[in-house]
Design a protein around this ligand. Structure first.
Ligand code: HEC
Length: 376
């Protein structure tokens, strides 16, 4: 713990720790204040891109006029399988996991230098090697299995009917989602690596909330000290942030003296690519999905059964934060408790519309599908 604090570069000796920790705490408090949102996130959600972008183009660039209100909270995605995915982030914007991890720490507490002497540019306290080690560790994370001894036995016949439906044209689920291993894989990339393919679906076809996609796709910032690097004085913040993460990564690779092979290993044997498909959300594999409510990128649907209902029959408001599970509908217990927060789907960024692939099914078919999803 002590060593972790020291490694951030905030302090160099034990005596300096209290002041370093005060400095770090006030930095985090200031970041929360900069990125305060009028729409409450509640439990399990954060406008990670909004906050991160504010830290990069507002704080690190020293340009407060670039700060925007983060108004598109998204669910924390589950972590199993992520190192193997072809694309990560809800909008499929990142191919190299290390770049996502760098972005994450820059968004929450890492320090980053973008101003001042060019030789200092892209210096950061993000510990790229440790981020790589964390990603390696994730590779062995398995999705949880439905615990029948706690949550009740799976109805095998129903689940078998659900599987057939999942793979049928009537429901069409398998056209976009792989279910569980063995996953189909992409063909070899130039380093002989294969990934679990991700289907990207334009939000206009899907109909789920558009705020996260739009914020990412159309937000711009003055580039100030990065004008030369960006090649323009006003840039889209998505690509601009990515340039910053790439430069942070390259700088640390050089500082660590990594060989070309080690650099490739840290990058997951992937070359950087632009983006899977613009204005789209990702349909990932569904192993362990039973344990990850609430659903959709913005956590606007409390359980799997409701996700298969037409939008108007889904809960318009529900409480998040209970530690109880609803094994019947497979998702959150949405009753109000001492520490719960209310999720109101009429608030901007919280729409529970879209992804209506279960709407035309009979109720019996929906329960078949829910039973099958428990087994993934
Ligand atoms: C046309 C492609 C497509 C089809 C068909 C499809 N989905 Fe999806 N699914 C998606 C996309 C894209 C998302 C992410 C949408 C979002 O978060 O806004 C998603 C999200 C989900 C989620 C929530 C994932 C999470 O982490 O919250 C579940 C569960 C799911 N789909 C199950 C199904 C089932 C069951 C079917 C069949 C009835 C189905 N899907 C049909 C594309 C599809």
């Amino acid at each position: 713990m002590g060593a972790g604090v020291l490694r951030t570069g905030l302090a160099v000796d034990r005596a300096g720790v209290p002041s370093a920790s005060r400095q770090s705490r006030s930095g985090i408090t200031a970041s929360f204040q900069r990125s305060r949102s009028p729409s409450p996130y509640g439990f399990g959600r954060l406008d990670a891109f909004g906050i991160l972008t504010n830290e990069v183009v507002g704080t690190a660039l020293g340009m407060p006029e670039n700060v925007r209100v983060p108004n598109a909270p998204v669910s924390y995605p589950f972590l199993w399988n992520t190192p193997q995915l072809e694309w990560v982030q809800w909008n499929g914007t990142v191919h190299i996991p290390l770049l996502r991890n760098i972005g994450e720490v820059l968004g929450v507490f890492a320090q980053l230098t973008l101003t001042g002497a060019p030789a200092d540019r892209f210096k950061s306290s993000a510990d790229v090697h440790n981020l790589f080690l964390l990603e390696m560790q994730l590779e062995s994370l398995e999705p949880p299995r439905w615990p029948e001894h706690i949550l009740g036995a799976v109805d095998r016949e129903r689940a078998a009917r659900g599987k057939a439906l999942f793979e049928s044209e009537a429901a069409g689920c398998s056209a976009c989602h792989s279910a569980a291993p063995p996953y189909p894989l992409t063909s070899d990339n130039e380093y002989g690596r294969r990934f679990i393919p991700i289907t990207m679906v334009p939000f206009t076809a899907l109909g789920t909330d558009s705020q996260a996609i739009l914020d990412f796709s159309i937000r711009t910032a003055n580039t100030g000290p990065l004008t030369e690097v960006a090649g323009t004085d006003v840039a889209l913040t998505g690509p601009l942030s990515k340039v910053v993460f790439q430069e942070v990564m390259k700088r640390q690779f050089a500082e660590l003296g990594l060989s070309e092979l080690e650099q490739l290993e840290h990058s997951g044997f992937r070359d950087d690519r632009e983006q899977a498909r613009v204005l789209s959300y990702k349909a990932g594999p569904l192993a362990g999905i039973w344990a990850t409510a609430p659903y959709l990128h913005n956590g606007s649907v409390p359980n799997l059964y409701e996700l298969l209902l037409p939008t108007e029959q889904r809960s318009k408001m529900f409480h998040v934060g209970s530690r109880e599970f609803d094994p019947a509908h497979v998702g959150l217990d949405t009753s109000q408790g001492e520490h719960t927060s209310l999720l109101d789907t009429s608030v901007r960024g919280n729409s529970n519309a879209g992804h209506t692939f279960g709407s035309a099914l009979s109720d019996d078919q929906r329960w078949d599908l829910v039973e099958y999803l428990k087994t993934l």
